[in-house]
Design a protein around this ligand. Structure first.
Ligand code: URA
Length: 204
C-alpha cells in the first residue's frame, strides 16, 4: 500500500535545493570576498521570519546568520519579548555574502540577492516578517525613509504583515531609545502573529 506523502519533508527538501543552488552563487561581486554563503537558519515552516542586513565576520566564518554579538542580543530579545527561540522562526539577511569591512550592501548587490530572498519567503511562507534595520526595511518596504521613521507600526506586505525594527547592532551601539523601541516592535510582531490566522478561512 502506498504511504502518504511526507509534506514536511517535501517543504524542507525544496528549500534545501534552493540553498544548494545559492551556495555557489556568483551573481554579484560580494561572492569574491566570502568564505561561504550564509543562506539562513531556523524553522522552514515558521510563521515568523527575521530579515537582517548581511553576514558579518562571525557569520561568514560560521555559515550561519546572527551568531555574533548582534545575534546573541537578538536571541535574548526574541526570548524575552516573544517567548520564542530560533526553532520557532527563520532568520536570514538581505544579502548572503559578507560585504567588505561590514559596509552596507549596495543597491545592485541587494538586487542580485533578491530572488534568493524571495525564494525563501515563498517556501517558508511566513505570516509575519520582521525587518532589522535600515537596509532590510527600506529594501522590502520600498520606502526611502529611515528606520526611525518607519518603525513603530505594522505594515500589510504582500499578503503578510511586516514589522520593522532597529538592527540589534544599533542597540549595541547605544543608539538612544533603540532598546525600548526594539522591545516594543517585537511585542508588535507577537501581536501580529496572534492576530493573523495561519489557515485562511473558506467559510466566508
Ligand atoms: N548583522 C546582520 O545583519 N546579519 C547577520 O547575520 C549578522 C549581523
Amino acid at each position: 500500500m502506498a504511504s502518504a506523502p511526507d509534506y514536511d519533508r517535501v517543504a524542507v527538501s525544496d528549500l534545501d535545493a534552493v540553498a544548494v543552488d545559492a551556495s555557489t552563487c556568483t551573481r554579484c561581486p560580494l561572492a569574491a570576498g566570502r568564505t561561504q554563503v550564509v543562506f539562513g537558519m531556523g524553522n522552514v515552516q515558521a510563521d515568523l521570519l527575521f530579515v537582517g542586513e548581511g553576514p558579518g565576520a562571525d557569520e561568514d566564518a560560521a555559515g550561519l546568520p546572527f551568531v555574533g554579538r548582534s545575534g546573541k542580543l537578538l536571541d535574548r530579545l526574541i526570548a524575552e519579548e516573544m517567548g520564542l527561540g530560533r526553532a520557532d522562526c527563520y532568520i536570514t539577511n538581505t544579502v548572503m555574502c559578507r560585504p567588505p569591512a561590514n559596509r552596507d550592501p549596495r543597491p545592485e548587490e541587494l538586487a542580485a540577492c533578491r530572488s534568493w530572498l524571495d525564494a525563501k519567503i515563498e517556501h517558508i511562507d511566513p505570516r509575519v516578517v520582521v525587518t532589522l534595520g535600515n537596509v532590510a526595511t527600506r529594501s522590502l518596504l520600498e520606502r526611502p525613509e529611515g528606520i526611525t521613521r518607519l518603525r513603530g507600526q505594522a505594515y500589510p506586505w504582500k499578503g503578510r504583515v511586516l514589522v520593522p525594527t532597529y538592527h540589534p547592532s544599533a542597540v549595541l551601539r547605544g543608539s538612544p531609545g533603540s532598546m525600548a523601541a526594539m522591545r516594543a516592535d517585537l511585542v508588535r510582531a507577537k501581536l501580529a502573529l496572534a492576530a493573523s490566522p495561519s489557515i485562511p478561512s473558506v467559510a466566508g
